[in-house]
Design a protein around this ligand. Structure first.
Ligand SMILES: Cc1cc2nc3c(=O)[nH]c(=O)nc-3n(C[C@H](O)[C@H](O)[C@H](O)COP(=O)(O)OP(=O)(O)OC[C@H]3O[C@@H](n4cnc5c(N)ncnc54)[C@H](O)[C@@H]3O)c2cc1C
Length: 393
């Protein structure tokens, strides 16, 4: 079917979903509350699953142009000693472009495909019959309405779809730093490195020849670790070998408390939720955006295949929901390893790293999921993600 879709939210989820429907010939309008794309000064991990979606949507090249492919992932202690590492194969890629590059490429492609983005357009709710309501009192009807309005989603809440939303007790500060010529002697080229000291983590990821992405994480209650702007002296003391990184971290980076979101349902009538509105998760697998992209892409595919909005939404939920909820859980549990004493945590990381089958169904469950595969819709959903673990933080 060819229909119309109104989307609340012009972030990764909204723009990817809009592009996926525009590629199918739908009339697409994305409503973004801000007066421009919300550009954060940060990088974004895009694993194989996200890269395949971008490729299927014809937008991979501009997203990864000039971005350095990651070849290795390392975990180091605060003295710089590597205690766990893995290599990435050529059929299992990871790129970390700037968020700005990703959003701009999606936006440009959406406009080229005939889609529209309305800025300064704030949605406040939706009705199951397929109506999107705005802050100025207006509303529009469409064959499909999508809430891609982020973790605080008013669309989700207006439909009473939230089951629960839990803080996970962890904080992250992210920013871009400039790379300089001498850095090559300090860093492992193409290696993405998590540096640990106690429960604090400093992630360093080269993005382009000129920029690297840095993320600092700490537990709730760690006042020095949670400080924004960052307490430079504190982080320098924790990672004395990385002062060259810490000294370049800007004061205007972004600080976030991580949360996990679980819904009663991913849709109501003709309204569906994608991205953080439905599957907000702590960022320890680098899969929040990947899940958003998979979800938006597969929703368009499912409706296109079924030729009917309601049937398509039902098929989409059957195939995607438990995979993505599983990825959320793994992200939560993986992040909780920060609470272990250092020796136990290193042992846990090493054990996971060395056990390929375990890694496949945990850390890489999202990255290995491929809704772009030709035979994807021919089979019943993969039954291998049935577990539900309690949350314990
Ligand atoms: C520290 C940190 C690091 C992360 N790192 C990674 C990573 O490396 N890889 C990865 O895949 N994911 C990562 N994530 C997760 C990723 O950022 C999110 O999953 C992703 O941005 C979700 O996209 P979204 O479009 O659903 O939400 P958002 O990015 O929040 O976008 C929502 C958009 O909707 C707009 N909006 C909100 N309300 C309304 C409204 N009422 N009306 C109209 N517009 C509205 C907002 O202005 C915004 O533009 C990270 C998250 C954090 C916090």
């Amino acid at each position: 079917m060819i229909g119309s879709v109104e989307i609340a939210g012009g972030g990764i989820a909204g723009l990817t979903t809009g592009l996926a429907f525009a590629r199918k010939g739908w009339r697409v309008r994305v409503h973004e509350q801000d007066n421009d794309l919300r550009i954060l000064g940060a990088g974004i991990y895009i694993w194989e699953n996200g890269l395949r979606v971008l490729d299927a949507l014809g937008v991979l090249d501009p997203v990864i142009a000039g971005t350095i492919p990651a070849s290795r992932h390392e975990k180091r202690n605060h003295h710089g000693g590597v205690f766990s590492q893995s290599c990435l194969a050529s059929d299992f890629r990871l790129y970390v472009p700037l968020r700005e590059t990703l959003l701009t490429a999606l936006y440009d492609a959406l406009l080229d495909a005939g889609g529209e983005v309305a800025f300064s357009s704030r949605a406040v709710g939706a009705a199951p019959c397929g109506r999107l309501e705005f802050a100025d009192g207006c509303s529009v009807a469409a064959d499909l309405v999508i809430g891609a309005d982020g973790i605080n989603s008013p669309i989700r809440d207006s439909l009473d779809l939230l089951r629960w939303r839990r803080p996970v007790g962890q904080f992250g500060y992210r920013a871009m730093i400039r790379r300089e010529a001498g850095d090559w002697s300090n860093e492992s080229p193409e290696a993405h490195c998590e540096n640990w000291n106690g429960s604090r983590r400093l992630l360093y990821a080269p993005c382009t020849p000129d920029y690297a992405y840095v993320q600092l994480t700490s537990l709730k209650g760690d006042d020095l670790g949670n400080a924004v702007p960052i307490d430079r002296a504190f982080w320098r003391e924790l990672f004395p070998g990385l002062c060259w990184v810490i000294d370049r971290i800007p004061d205007d980076g972004s600080g976030d408390w991580f949360e996990l979101v679980r819904l009663k349902d991913w849709s109501k009538g003709r309204v569906a939720l994608v991205g953080d509105a439905a599957s907000g998760q702590p960022p320890f697998l680098g899969q929040g955006g990947g899940c958003a992209m998979m979800s938006g892409f597969s929703l368009a595919e499912a409706i296109d295949r079924e030729g009917d909005v309601n049937a398509g939404i039902a098929t989409w939920k059957r195939s995607e929901r438990r995979v993505i909820e599983w990825v959320q859980q793994v992200a939560y549990w993986y992040g909780q390893l920060a609470r272990l004493p250092p020796g136990a945590r290193s042992a846990a990381f090493k054990a996971i790293e060395l056990c390929e089958p375990l890694k496949r169904v945990t850390l890489f469950a999202g990255a290995r999921h491929d809704p772009t595969a030709e035979d994807y819709w021919r089979f019943d959903p993969d039954p291998s993600f049935p577990f539900v673990f309690p949350l314990v933080h």
